[in-house]
Design a protein. Structure first.
Length: 321
């Protein structure tokens, strides 16, 4: 007890000495005259700043590839502009033009054969299409602004749109020139929660899936024809925030599905090898990664999945059973 008290007095004396030193340094610093910034001269008042690009830094708001051209990708940068690569990302070239009034961002989709592009910008009153590689843009008809757009991965010239503000599903069969309404009443988006998302799988025309996000319930899939898709709830799934797909299991004709969601009252990462008829959980309570934001499978190796943990980077796992 006594030795502890002596040690505390010595520590207190040292702390007071250091505090006095900092106070004296502060007083000296405050007595020195502050350096005045140079005054602006009249010659600089007329200058205006503009970005000379390229807009390749920062986050990517939209990414799309051409199904028939595996090295061709497009991405929309949050800072503005859409960029194209023909060598798998080694080099990027910006579009020759952009839709009137946009600064970039939004959702972009490319036809399965690369013949057209549909761009739902985040800051204009229209969705736009181009059939000359981005040299010119024309407003699409029949689709709400700021929709999420995806292309049919198996049939060129077909696009689908989902409006998070109205819960509307639309479809174009003419390369994005015009859209018709297929369905209404789908879950709508809400701030500060996972957004509902439309997915187009590459194994068949109109193989559409839809995660309801944090504001909705269930997982949806197209159960109608390719000519007139209709999204209906998948049995047994209570919540869905992200869906991915990968190589089919041996002996199966269905792409392997990976889902971040709730099934049977249990949140987790799930896998299905039979088109969503049944699911198995592939994580456990000790490995929840602070939440799972985005999921995708590997098209070359069955059972391999990649996903982003909340603040934990990109993770991956694989299994053969």
């Amino acid at each position: 007890m006594f030795k502890t008290f002596i040690a505390s007095r010595k520590s207190l004396t040292l702390c007071l000495s250091i505090a006095c030193l900092f106070v004296s340094m502060s007083v000296v610093a405050q007595t020195r005259p502050a350096t005045q910034p140079p005054k602006e001269t009249d010659s600089f008042k007329t200058l205006e700043w503009r970005s000379i690009g390229p807009y390749r830094g920062g986050r990517s708001a939209a990414v799309a590839g051409v199904a028939s051209q595996p090295m061709v990708f497009y991405y929309g940068a949050t800072g503005g502009g859409v960029w194209k690569t023909t060598d798998g990302g080694m080099n990027w070239t910006g579009f020759a033009a952009t839709p009137t009034g946009t600064k970039g961002g939004g959702s972009i989709a490319i036809a399965a054969d690369g013949s057209s592009i549909v761009w739902a910008t985040q800051d204009t009153a229209s969705v736009w299409y181009s059939k000359d590689g981005g040299k010119t843009w024309t407003a699409s008809a029949g689709i709400p602004a700021q929709s999420q757009v995806v292309s049919d991965r198996a049939k060129a010239g077909v696009y689908y749109g989902y409006s998070g503000s109205t819960g509307t599903l639309t479809m174009s069969t003419d390369g994005g020139v015009s859209f018709s309404t297929l369905q209404t009443g789908l879950p709508i988006a809400a701030p500060f929660t996972a957004a509902p998302t439309l997915y187009s799988l590459p194994d068949a025309p109109a193989d559409l899936w839809f995660t309801a996000g944090g504001n909705g319930s269930g997982l949806y899939a197209n159960t109608s024809s390719a000519a007139s898709p209709q999204l209906t709830a998948v049995a047994g799934v209570q919540k869905s925030t992200s869906l991915g797909y990968g190589k089919a299991a041996p002996g199966s004709s269905k792409l392997t599905l990976f889902l971040a969601g709730t099934i049977g009252g249990q949140w987790g990462l799930y896998r299905s090898t039979d088109g969503g008829a049944s699911w198995i959980r592939i994580n456990d309570d000790a490995h929840q990664y602070g939440g799972i934001d985005h999921v995708t499978g590997d098209m070359r190796t069955f059972g391999t999945v990649y996903f982003s943990g909340s603040g934990r980077g990109i993770l991956w796992g694989t299994s053969t059973n």
